[in-house]
Design a protein around this ligand. Structure first.
Ligand code: KE4
Length: 427
């Protein structure tokens, strides 16, 4: 008898490309039928067949408090009573912008958009408008959404699919995109030496989380800061994942490095479609209608989404202990995973920063795209299938992250570690 997910997937494949609205959801690299989810609560998902899973994806990051948090749900329910969208300015977008600008370093102004892709695309345009330069530097294995110029040796679903770039992107769109090696400052210095006055921006995931999780090595982010200052380029921190996850001040606060522009997504919408880009007033004031850099959006600053995001950010701001506990939980969990590997004398790697981490099925350290790609994706797939069979839902790709939330309990994590040991003992 076919499961409901299987039946739904068959139907979906007839009317939606690949049966999904975002490629990584298709479970393509793990040889499983994608689970169609019916509901979620706290740390759990429930699929169309009523099977419950302990969830380590958390909608790819937004669910830092766990799914369906009462404060967020009630804010959305109340917001809906006022209607869904006006296409006009509202107090709600002012409130969330004031909160972020008052609490996060270097965010003097911020513009709301509808996705991380849109936030990054717009930040790049603002940096180009501000400097009058065309070239941008990105890092192999980092993923910044699917805008043309950034689909160059990208991570996440692109890396999972094993296609270095995308079809349909004209060479003209990527000719000004330069690729560097994550954690290799020399590779960036070389590009600046070659194009000393042509680089508008360097964009970096301050903790790379789209080739699996790869932390910045000591001095890497600080080095990017000095290079951008020296050559007059804009430093963009893509904090779509790290923003409001590592702490309320994100990676800037966590690592003590100042960016010029920061992009956000995920947590600031609490699960509703929200992205944002913010930073120095002298750059943001060039964005229309106050300046010549055009950017717009019908649903930008949507009142329901703003109230959802505000409810989540207010909770995080008023309860900093959430971060202390979450980061401590992450340190404990990922260190225990390392111990389990040692107990089984397995050479595999665990990278993590706070509540973000990855288990890489490769024998050497994972510090960049090339080393991440040495991972045994077939072995990852069997790990994934084993865990899914035990009702543990990890990201269906070696090149994604494990997201812990405030809703995961120590007991649940201990059970997962026990299951992990069982799997690892069989390898
Ligand atoms: P969205 O357009 O998907 O909202 O954000 C793009 C983006 C930008 N920057 C970073 C650092 C990101 O991680 C993302 C999107 N993250 C992926 C997960 N690795 C989204 C999952 C998906 O594509 O379905």
């Amino acid at each position: 008898m076919m499961s409901r997910s299987e039946a739904l997937f068959q139907r979906a494949c007839r009317v939606i490309p690949g049966g999904v609205n975002s490629p990584v959801r298709a479970f393509g690299s793990v040889g499983e039928t994608p689970r169609f989810i019916r509901s979620a609560n706290g740390a759990y998902l429930t699929d169309a067949d009523g099977v419950e899973y302990l969830d380590f994806v958390g909608s790819w990051g937004p669910m830092i408090l766990g799914h369906n948090h009462p404060a967020v749900r009630e804010a959305v329910q109340k917001a809906c009573e006022g209607g869904l969208s006006y296409g006009a300015a509202t107090e709600y977008e002012v409130q969330i912008a004031e909160l972020i600008c008052s609490e996060v370093p270097n965010i003097e102004m911020i513009r709301m958009v509808n996705s991380g892709t849109e936030a990054v695309m717009s930040a790049i345009r603002a940096a180009r408008g501000y400097t009058g330069r065309d070239k941008i530097v990105k890092f192999m294995g980092c993923y910044h959404g699917h805008s043309d110029a950034l689909l160059v040796q990208a991570g996440s679903g692109v890396m999972t699919a094993g296609v270095p770039d995308s079809a349909g992107v004209p060479a003209g769109c990527t000719k000004d995109t330069l690729s560097a090696v994550y954690n290799d400052l020399g590779s960036v210095e070389k590009l600046f030496a070659e194009f000393p006055e042509e680089i508008a921006a360097v964009i970096v995931e301050p903790v790379a989380a789209n080739m699996g999780v790869v932390p910045p090595e000591e001095g890497f982010l600080q080095g990017l800061r000095s290079l951008c200052t020296r050559y007059g380029a804009v430093l963009i921190f893509d904090e779509v994942i790290t923003g409001f996850r590592l702490g309320f001040t994100g990676a800037q606060g966590y690592f003590g490095v100042d960016a010029d522009l920061v992009t956000y997504g995920k947590i600031i919408g609490a699960g509703m479609p929200v992205g944002a880009y913010g930073g120095k007033r002298e750059i943001l004031s060039l964005v229309a209608p106050s300046g010549p850099v055009y950017q717009a959006g019908t649903l930008s600053g949507n009142p329901v989404a703003m109230q959802a995001g505000m409810a989540q950010l207010k909770l995080l701001r008023e309860h900093p202990e959430i971060y202390t506990e979450l980061n401590r939980k992450g340190d404990w969990f990922f260190e225990e995973l390392k111990k389990a590997l040692k107990e089984c004398s397995l050479p595999y790697q665990v990278n993590h920063v706070g509540s973000l981490g990855s288990l890489f099925f490769t024998g050497g350290p994972v510090t960049d795209y090339a080393s991440a790609k040495t991972s045994d994706t077939a072995l990852f797939a069997s790990w994934f299938r084993y865990m899914l069979g035990k009702q543990i839902y990890f990201a269906p790709s070696q090149f994604e992250a494990i997201f812990l939330s405030a809703a995961h309990t120590r007991e649940e994590l201990e059970q997962v570690l026990e299951l992990g040991r069982e799997f690892l003992k069989r390898i």
